[in-house]
Design a protein around this ligand. Structure first.
Ligand code: TXA
Ligand code: MG
Length: 336
């Protein structure tokens, strides 16, 4: 289902729209488009002036690298200097899909894309609209579309065309509407710039499946390694944040915490999963109990609760199991 919106920059993903989107990209304009993870804010990755517009639109610092989105697996070798065996295995198994690989950059890749680093992030999305757009762009001579998530810097990622418009409607030429994103959280990012593959950002792909394909364990990003690792703005502690101050609260403490805020004269919006609505919640959103359903709706829920302008946003804590790692990572950042 696509968006019925007052914004004229939103257009349903027809063939004509995708041709127009590809032309706009080729002429250096910004186009937002759906992927299976979240919506991206795209620019021609071969055009540094176009890529610079992404940073201006988002209000993002210029030294943050952006991911290059490609139409075909062969394109990884265009943007990367070489493809280590680990990359070839991951590409064969998971691309197209919600996976970004950080690889040594090819010489022609601009600093606008890499943030001045020696590496480049590359991803081949599986969303049919993203694929059609990338193919139309390639047919017009384009090689890749640089795209971060299509939100203002530091804000929650968009999972609908309307979310993109809410943040960026006056700063994009076109928003291609492909409905709601299937995964709802950003891609898994793996850096292959050192001996050992390093998980920079968990996503919806299972770690067990990734490690089985690699044949070795993934290194996790921890504090000690954070300095040596390539910069990833998604790894900043305060990323993916709603505007309302947010807190993670265990299920059995939710009632008491709501009551406390009520006594203080404060209004609490609450994101629930397993427990029933606290008596003193000002607004609630009940998220799906399963991890995939939860991830798919998480950002929409945060945006909807945020819009009430309450004093605090309480989020029922989720399991600490590995299955929930990517969701919990986003919740910890949202509540930092
Ligand atoms: O699912 C996704 O990955 C979405 C969709 C649109 O593809 N994109 C996305 O982009 O989440 P962004 O820019 O919001 O987050 C990408 C992360 C950033 O933290 C960026 O710093 C990191 O990837 N990144 C990109 N290139 C990198 C590089 N060469 N080295 C290290 N990190 C990199
Ligand atoms: Mg982002």
């Amino acid at each position: 289902m696509t968006t019925d919106s007052p914004y004229s920059c939103i257009a349903p993903a027809s063939d004509a729209t995708l041709e127009r989107a590809a032309s706009l990209l080729r002429t250096g304009e910004l186009v937002a488009f759906p992927t299976e993870t979240v919506y991206g804010l795209g620019a021609d990755a071969s055009n540094p002036a176009a890529v610079a517009k992404i940073f201006a639109a988002k209000g993002r610092p210029a030294d943050h690298p952006v991911i290059v989105h490609v139409a075909a697996v062969e394109d990884f070798a265009f943007w990367a200097r070489d493809l280590p065996a680990a990359a070839q295995k991951l590409i064969a198994r998971f691309c197209p899909g919600p996976l970004t690989l950080i690889l040594p950059r090819a010489a022609h890749v601009s600093d606008a894309v890499t943030g001045g680093q020696n590496s480049v992030g590359i991803r081949m999305p599986s969303h049919p609209v993203a694929r059609r757009l990338l193919q139309a762009f390639a047919a017009q001579g384009g090689r890749g579309v640089a795209a971060p998530s299509a939100n203002c810097f530091g804000h929650v990622s968009p999972t609908t065309a309307q979310h993109v418009a809410d943040d960026l409607h006056d700063r994009v030429a076109l928003i291609v509407d492909g409905g709601s994103c299937e995964h709802g959280i950003e891609s898994t990012i793996i850096a292959l710039t050192n001996e050992t593959p390093l998980l920079l950002r968990p996503g919806s792909l299972s770690l067990a499946a990734l490690e089985a394909t690699l044949g070795i364990p993934l290194q996790r990003l921890d504090r000690e390694r954070a300095d040596a690792a390539p910069r990833a703005s998604g790894t900043l502690a305060s990323h993916y944040a709603p505007r309302t101050p947010a807190e993670l609260v265990s299920a059995n403490a939710l009632d008491a915490v709501c009551l406390r805020y009520h006594h203080e004269g404060k209004r609490a919006a609450v994101l629930l999963r397993t427990v029933s609505s606290p008596e003193h919640a000002a607004h609630t959103f009940v998220a799906p109990i399963d991890v995939h359903g939860y991830a798919r709706l998480l950002y929409a829920a945060l945006r909807a609760l945020d819009a009430h302008g309450d004093d605090v946003l309480l989020i029922e804590d989720v399991p600490t199991t590995v299955e929930w790692m990517a969701v919990r990572d986003r919740l910890l950042r949202a509540t930092h």
